[in-house]
Ligand binder design. Structure first.
Ligand SMILES: [Zn+2]
Length: 109
């Protein structure tokens, strides 16, 4: 699994953003790269950790989100961005999918 050979990427000095290796651009037309979405995801995930849960916290789901996020971080450090993005995306989607139904049903007359 050495997909990353084809990816000429580097990580920003703060270690938090993916950039093209040749020009250190987040978006680079010459390298045909656009990491804005991934970098935004990574930023979002940092905030998710600190956000208080909006409704009743769901400990099972929160644990799942954290686990996915940690998997993503692990792959990120291994420079396996493809896998990192996959796990980050799953974590974000899961954390966005908080249950809103309970609030709605409690409003029924
Ligand atoms: Zn470039």
């Amino acid at each position: 699994m050495t997909d990353t050979n084809s990816l000429d990427v580097s990580v920003s000095n703060d270690g938090e953003r993916i950039l093209c290796k040749a020009h250190s651009n987040e978006v680079c037309e010459q390298c045909h790269m656009d990491w804005t979405e991934h970098n935004a995801l990574a930023t979002t995930l940092k905030q998710v950790k600190d956000l208080p849960p909006p409704n009743a916290p769901n400990p099972v789901r929160n644990a799942q989100v954290n686990r996915l996020k940690e998997e993503g971080n692990k792959y990120f450090k291994q420079v396996n961005y493809t896998e990192a993005i996959r796990f980050y995306t799953m974590a974000v989607e899961l954390s966005w999918a908080r249950p809103l139904m309970s609030e709605k049903s409690s409003r029924l007359f």
